[in-house]
Design a protein around this ligand. Structure first.
Ligand code: ADP
Ligand code: MG
Length: 316
């Protein structure tokens, strides 16, 4: 967001490099406690505007585990606007999942404020948080987290069931969501009859079905081979483009991050880089250039027919 450098080219070490030698020296003579405050406020946020889906103001998260305090987020300030596609990167332990938990209203900041579509989430009760989470946020996880022995369609229907949507509408919306990820023909398949990529697409359909404002995906391609990863990124790019859906993914793979429009790099609980991707990769084009798909998907299908033909293993 700041400046035009791309992460692929840049190896700069944070804002202090901009200041030159004198600047660095100045920072060093500022007393430590003041320095920390300076660091926190060094990201100047634009004033609030309605297109800011996410606005974090100096968010801290401290985990208290008995004797040890872990300061997982240390004054994170950032704005994400509607229709952005952001990749969060950073080494293990840098606070990426903690950030996702805060963004997804699974956890509240210890300090600082989080506005989700203009609503200060830190003031909400547990019930209100759960409600906002169900209505506004779709989660996709590395491990898919589908319910076993439950059809793809029923998995996608689950969030609607929790939201109290009537059966007929549930069915219709779940079918639409499955079709949107290209799995209209897999409604009745159980998770174990689907490939990893297909399971993740069911999970994306489930995340979509409530018509959320944001999709949060923590390492969504972490368990997938490279072709399937590109297929998943193609779906995210399409949803981002066609529905203006705001998408935030965590990934440690540089080539996956290049499908996003913006990369935010975390280190030690702080934003270290926040840069636009100048020419994001086009998943659709890359898929078209890959060798034809192997027969893997068909094998799973055959297994499906086999199982449904056996007593006790059929669809319910
Ligand atoms: P990342 O996803 O970037 O690997 P995390 O957000 O999971 O990082 O973790 C950031 C820091 O917070 C780490 O030091 C981690 O050990 C700690 N942490 C994460 N979750 C908890 C928790 N529930 N309780 C205590 N410490 C935690
Ligand atoms: Mg993590």
């Amino acid at each position: 967001m700041n400046g035009g450098e791309s992460l692929a080219r840049g190896t700069r070490e944070g804002p202090s490099d901009d200041m030159g030698k004198e600047g660095v020296h100045l920072v060093e003579i500022i007393p430590k406690d003041l320095r920390r405050r300076e660091d926190e406020s060094s990201v100047r946020l634009p004033p609030y505007a309605p297109n800011q889906v996410i606005r974090l103001e100096r968010v801290h998260k401290v985990y208290n585990t008995g004797e040890v305090e872990v300061h997982a987020l240390r004054g994170v300030s950032l704005v994400i606007e509607r229709g952005e596609f952001v990749a969060i990167m950073g080494p293990s332990g840098s606070g990426k999942s903690t950030l996702m938990n805060v963004l997804g209203c699974l956890d509240r900041p210890t300090r600082g404020r989080y506005f989700l579509e203009g609503v200060d989430v830190s003031t909400l009760s547990k019930n209100e948080l759960a409600d906002i989470r169900n209505r506004r946020i779709g989660f996709v996880f590395q491990a898919f987290n589908l319910v076993p022995r439950t059809s793809a369609l029923e998995n996608v229907e689950l969030p609607l069931l929790y939201a109290g949507v009537p059966a007929k509408e549930r069915l219709q919306r779940a079918r639409e969501a499955l079709a949107a990820v290209g799995l209209a023909d897999k409604e009745k398949s159980f998770p174990n009859q689907l490939s990893g990529g297909q399971q993740q697409r069911v999970a994306i359909a489930r995340a979509l079905v409530n018509n959320p404002s944001i999709i949060l995906a923590d390492e969504p391609t972490g368990n997938l081979d490279s072709r399937t990863s590109v297929e998943v990124m193609e779906i995210f790019q399409r949803l981002n483009r066609e529905r203006n859906l705001t998408i935030i993914i965590v990934t440690h793979e540089h080539d996956i991050a290049q499908y996003a429009k913006r990369i935010i790099l975390f280190r030690d609980g702080r934003v270290r880089h926040d840069v636009p991707v100048e020419a994001p990769r086009e998943a659709r084009e890359i898929l078209a250039g890959l060798p034809p798909e192997e027969e893997e998907a068909d094998e799973y299908e055959d297994l499906g027919y086999l199982e449904s033909g056996l007593p006790g293993l059929g669809t319910k």
